[in-house]
Design a binder for this molecule. Structure first.
Ligand code: C2E
Ligand code: CA
Ligand code: CA
Length: 760
């Protein structure tokens, strides 16, 4: 700085005391300004307004533009490289001279090394000791400009994100989704190129499945590099790296990255940066989304955050669509055996029937039922049963030549299509031979060999039905009859369907039974083994069928359950029992509580607890008059739900009994947690008790265990004095059974067990 007020003042030499103070003050001020100039975070350039010569330049500007202090000093402004490139720097100077002020918001300059910098250029002129000085402030705007560009870019990525999200909702097949996602990335996101590639584990490759903005040559080259090699991470292709690490791999300057193959091709394709984002489904990298940008240094933390979200959304869609495909699969295939299910089987059957019709030949439909499959499930467990079903499916596929002819139609039922049956062919012999071969085949379960026998029902096209549904129904009728009659196989005969139709009419008749008040409750007493007194009763439903007479529940409860009628009928039984109890009370009889059976379906239904609440709400004494009997199997099916519901019911003052105990393999730990009051030992154990020492030991254990949990024990199905005596010895509290009384109508029950004995 040649001449400033401070310097001029410093040069003055007035050696009196006041002058020396003033001098000191000036020196202090000079150094303060100097420091400001030296440390300013904007560039400052001082020009001689007469000749455009640079008078001074601060360190910030020398650093920004890369020229030394000496390279600036004494030069005219347009002689310094950065400004020399500026065509209008002379005009700028002219403007400064005349107006004393210029301002450029966005002035592009070059540094000495040639890098572009954008600056804001503001200048003022002022008079200083008779000399006009122009002060130019130069502010580096590069970062701010980049910020602006970044915000614009982030906005574009947002646009891509929301566009892809709306795609995900609308598009239901993968290929379309992938294709459109790539297009959106290029069109809306401004990427040069976008590729989605999926992992093919069998080929150890990442296979591009969709792309947009693609440079064909580059894609071709890349394809060879889509191999998933287990090389040291750095030598691995970018995509493989992203998949192996399950994290984004970003290269912001492909040209200077030593580990990138085809750097020059990327250059030719106008690509400088790449981000490869893994698509992660269920913790597994199933593919990648690769985005290629024209700009260097394109992908930074914020963008990556958004892009990762984008990859996450695409992965979600893959998963979602995958599940949909799986659902489609479930709609047509049996998951256990991989065979067609009933839906697909019927579709295929219809096709075969159509071609049989046009070729004018017969076709056959076989239904195969495994005998005693239930036993295998029960004795060896579900996994063993499943293993057997898979082996049977394999056998059928292998021996019938074409897997598409076979289907699994029910738990242990298979269907087979015989596309062509010779009119004079000996179908019977074919069936017999096949059945023998099947029976001879050793199936293996848990290292043991099993022979499995089957029953077969056959229906023929066109005689037994011309469409798939009817043919299947008729084959089912034939199979049912074969099972009833104990035949190995049966051909359909027209009379068979009547029996099947019976079921439908049973259903229909049951629908009217409630309205017509055809249901009744019979009561069976339970007796205290010590006092011999009746302690309670069990309500057992009967159906007074106008056509066939009194029907036992074993025959119609399953139909009620199948049709959902059980909810209504169960509600009726509960209310009827409560009504009877209250009636006994008000008639002054020795009313005893009534146990009401609850179907699994009822307990599972939401609102059941509330329904019980409503039923006992009719009277203060109702709760004490009713017990709910719930089978053990059912409680164990969903223990936590059972504990909740039973707990709430019990809290209303209703006692709970576990019915059929011993059939459900309850663990003792659960028994302790169950909110129950009574345990009813299943009739099978009572029978077994007198038949074998083990049976006796078992019942003894059950009783002791129940007592340990403070449960009252009732033995069911007691038929003999011996059973009764043993139970008393084992300290079982109560018995129920034909020995004491069969279930009887309410009126009989009242007379026999609730009225005081008339002494005459
Ligand atoms: P459960 O709850 O085990 O009822 C006991 C069954 O054993 C009754 O058959 C009863 O008649 C029979 N029984 C009683 N003592 C003896 C005996 O000494 N020897 C023999 N052999 N049997 C005896 P029932 O009445 O045919 O009922 C069968 C099943 O139907 C019941 O088994 C119960 O699970 C169900 N059930 C009955 N009423 C209803 C109802 O209102 N709702 C529901 N959901 N199920 C009911
Ligand atoms: Ca019962
Ligand atoms: Ca029972």
């Amino acid at each position: 700085m040649k001449s400033t007020a401070a310097q001029d003042a410093a040069r003055m030499s007035v050696p009196d005391a006041a002058g020396s103070r003033a001098l000191k003050a000036l020196q202090a001020s000079e150094s303060r300004y100097r420091r400001l100039f030296e440390t300013a975070q904007d560039g400052i350039l001082l020009l001689n307004a007469e000749n455009a010569q640079i008078e001074d330049v601060n360190p910030f500007l020398t650093k920004l533009l890369g020229y030394t202090h000496a390279e600036f000093l004494g030069k005219k402004i347009w002689e310094v490289g950065s400004f020399a490139d500026m065509e209008h720097s002379k005009d700028m100077f002219a403007a400064l001279q005349t107006r004393g002020y210029v301002r450029y918001d966005d002035l592009p300059l070059k540094t000495k090394s040639g890098t572009a910098v954008a600056v804001e250029f503001v200048s003022n002129s002022y008079l200083c000791d008779g000399l006009t000085v122009i002060q130019c402030n130069v502010r580096d705007m590069t970062a701010r400009q980049q910020d602006r560009a970044r915000i614009a870019y982030l906005n574009r990525v947002y646009a891509v994100l929301s566009a892809i999200n709306s795609l995900i909702v609308r598009v239901s097949d993968r290929d379309t989704l992938f294709r459109r996602a790539c297009t959106v990335a290029v069109d809306k996101g401004g990427f040069q190129m976008a590729v989605i590639a999926l992992v093919d584990h069998a080929q150890m490759q990442v296979v591009p499945v969709a792309s947009a903005g693609v440079d064909e040559k580059l894609l071709c080259l890349l394809k060879d590099r889509f191999v998933l090699i287990e090389e040291p991470a750095m030598d691995n292709p970018i995509m493989a790296r992203a998949i192996q690490r399950k994290e984004a791999v970003v290269i912001n300057d492909l040209q200077s990255e030593p580990h990138v193959a085809f750097a020059s091709y990327y250059g030719q394709a106008g690509i400088q940066s790449v981000a490869v984002l893994p698509l992660i489904v269920a913790q597994d990298a199933v593919g990648v989304l690769a985005l290629y940008a024209r700009e260097r240094e394109f992908f930074h933390a914020e963008e990556l955050g958004l892009l990762t979200e984008l990859a996450g959304d695409i992965a979600f869609a893959i998963d979602h669509i995958g599940k949909q495909e799986r659902l489609d699969y479930l709609a047509f295939y049996d998951v256990l055996t991989g065979l067609a299910n009933r839906n697909l089987f019927l579709e295929r059957l219809a096709l075969y029937l159509r071609s049989a019709a046009s070729a004018d030949h017969q076709a056959g439909l076989f239904l195969i039922d495994l005998e005693r499959f239930r036993n295998i499930n029960d004795s060896l467990g579900r996994p063993a049963g499943d293993a057997l079903l898979r082996q049977v499916a394999d056998w059928l596929k292998r021996n019938l030549g074409d897997a598409s002819l076979v289907a699994r139609l029910g738990s242990d039922q298979f269907g087979v299509i015989l596309p062509q049956v010779q009119r004079d062919g000996d179908l019977t012999r074919l069936i017999e031979r096949t059945m023998d071969r099947f029976l001879a085949h050793p199936f293996r379960i848990n290292d043991e060999q099993f022979r499995v026998s089957i029953k077969v029902g056959v229906a023929l096209f066109p005689d037994d039905g011309v469409d798939a549904d009817i043919l299947l129904r008729n084959a089912e009728a034939a199979l049912k009859k074969a099972k009833l009659r104990g035949e190995k196989f049966l051909f359909y005969e027209r009379t068979m369907t009547d029996a099947v139709a019976g079921k439908f009419s049973l259903e229909n008749r049951l629908r009217h039974a409630l309205d017509n008040q055809e249901f009744v409750l019979h009561y069976q007493p339970k007796m205290n083994l010590v006092t011999g007194k009746v302690t309670s009763a069990e309500a057992l439903i009967r159906w007074n069928d106008p056509r066939t007479g009194l029907m036992a529940p074993g025959r119609f409860i399953p139909v009620l359950e199948e049709t959902g009628l059980i909810h209504e009928v169960g509600r009726w039984a509960l209310n009827q029992a409560i009504g009877d109890y209250l009636r006994w009370r008000s008639a002054g009889l020795a009313a005893v509580p009534i146990g009401v059976n609850v179907s699994p379906l009822q307990l599972r239904k939401r609102g059941f607890v509330a329904e019980v609440g409503r039923a006992i709400g009719v009277d203060l004494h109702a709760a004490a008059g009713v017990e709910l009997e719930i089978t053990e199997n059912l409680i164990m099916e969903d223990v936590n739900h059972s504990i909740d519901s039973l707990g709430s019911i019990r809290a209303m003052g209703v006692r709970i009994a576990i019915d059929d105990f011993g059939t459900g393999f309850s663990s003792l730990a659960y028994l302790a947690r169950l909110p129950v009051d009574i345990l009813k030992i299943d009739r099978a154990f009572v029978t077994e008790m007198t038949a074998s020492p083990q049976g006796l030991a078992l019942v003894s254990t059950i009783i002791d265990m129940a007592h340990a949990f403070n449960l009252l024990v009732v033995a069911e199905g007691v038929e003999t004095d011996e059973q009764s005596r043993l139970l008393r010895l084992l300290r079982c509290e109560e018995l129920q059974g034909f020995l004491f009384s069969k279930p009887v109508p309410a009126g009989v029950f009242e007379d026999r067990f609730l009225r005081p004995v008339q002494v005459t």
